[in-house]
Design a protein around this ligand. Sequence first.
Ligand code: PLP
Length: 389
Amino acid sequence: PPHLSDRVVALQPSLTLAISARAKALQQEGRDICSLSAGEPDFNTPEFIIDATVKALRDGITRYGPAAGDPELREAIATKLSKENTVPTNAEQVLVTNGGKQAIFNLFQVILNPGDEVLIPAPYWLSYPEMARLAGAKVTTLPSTPENGFCLDLNNLEASIGPKTRLLLLNSPGNPTGRVMARKELETLADLLRDHPQILVMSDEIYEFILEEGQQHYSFSAIAPDLSNRTFIVNGFAKGWAMTGWRLGYLAGPADAVKAATALQSQSTSNVCSFAQRGALAALQGSRECVKKMVKSYNTRRELLTSGLLSLEGMSLVPPKGAFYAFPKLPPESLDSVSFCEQALENHGLAMVPGAAFGDDSCVRLTCAVSPETICDGLERLRKALKQS
Ligand code: PLP
């Protein structure tokens, strides 16, 4: 239509939303639906975070604040990054954003020029390519396969680098695969990037706490401190502290770009909800017991989902080591992922997210952040759907 901008006409509507809308419609018709399609924790936000936020409201923290975020919160985030992630950071290098999502959006807007190329390892979180295109950039995906454990193919990465390559995205623990990048892998990647000084790195660490026992999260900047002047960290409170609806995230990295992202934010959304930021501060200052408890629970349920998927005939799975998803591969003779998910929903009442949304049409994404009963019910429906396909 003539009244829409070119960039918005090109925007892909979210496949995830289409599936959940259809699942909801079927539910309203009275169908019994089992949903493994969610992308969020199934816990309520810990009580002490809510208490601190209610107190902030009562104390009158209800006005405009600095666009970059509450100074105390920026300081607490800088301290967290410096101590926990061993990435020396000061408060000027931190921007508080409306979720990790806005951190990524702002970053792309301030570092990408039209025609710049962004390298996105696939399968990827579905908003990355769309946000890169909204910044006018060209997307080059770097495919990986379940057969090689979804490992980044460094030869292919190197071969994909051209004069316009500007940014490489990393996401560990990863959505949708649950893959955790090993220290060695990050070191080798850093070596490669040392030869390409024009390439910036964005490391999305939003699932950093959600790790199988024995796994460790490494921030790319911690592995390659000499590259920290071109590495950005994106993180947030949504997944670790079960705060998806609060819209609280942050961007950290080189001060000039963070300053530019702050200017952009000051002319678009301004500060993140002032009293919600007090909740985030409480989260960072409080005990991590609540996070540990939730992680333990995801781990039990991830195991349940993983063993169930591995026992299904025809499915193959790279067992996830983090986050709360599994991304199994459909049998070779199966339908494409969108048709398979549509059929599973229509015929068996099972909602999943088609792998096509994440750049891999041979897989589907299921969550384990639901009750064990729902996982078992979902696995049974999936078994039937596979039989039929
Ligand atoms: N990055 C990844 C990999 C995600 O899966 C998500 C949420 O699904 C986000 C970033 C954004 O999180 P939020 O904007 O809710 O903080």
